[in-house]
Design a protein around this ligand. Structure first.
Ligand code: HEC
Length: 96
């Protein structure tokens, strides 16, 4: 019986300590990268995308075209999925 009470009060403490976090988690999280990730994307872009050809101009293609180009070029540049996303977000951020 003691065990059950202990477990129950432990659960209550857990619930209580989780509540404030749960409420802050409801604030909308932007799906795009943070400023730091975009800055990383810029660095990766400058270091990886000018190796085989001239560094491309982000404004030379639409953001839709860049999706396809990045799908072709990210494996060539050996980018991780995250790096792929950051470079893409950097390119799109330049165009705005
Ligand atoms: C391993 C070599 C290599 C790397 C690294 C590389 N590319 Fe390319 N890229 C190519 C080749 C080869 C072509 C031409 C053939 C093609 O379009 O697939 C090309 C073509 C392009 C084009 C022209 C596509 C078009 O449709 O006009 C763009 C833009 C481009 N690359 C962007 C990038 C970006 C951005 C990166 C970095 C993520 C990158 N490339 C990294 C080899 C590379």
């Amino acid at each position: 019986m003691k065990k059950i009470i202990a477990a129950a009060s432990f659960a209550a403490v857990l619930l209580a300590s989780c509540t404030p976090k749960a409420s802050t988690a409801t604030t909308p999280v932007a799906s795009t990268s943070t400023a730091e990730e975009i800055a990383q994307g810029k660095t990766i872009f400058e270091n990886s995308c000018g190796r085989c050809h001239k560094l491309p101009d982000p404004t030379s293609h639409t953001s839709v075209q860049w999706v396809g180009i990045m799908n072709r070029m990210a494996p060539k540049a050996k980018l991780s999925d995250e790096q792929h996303q950051w470079v893409y977000d950097y390119i799109v951020s330049v165009k705005k």
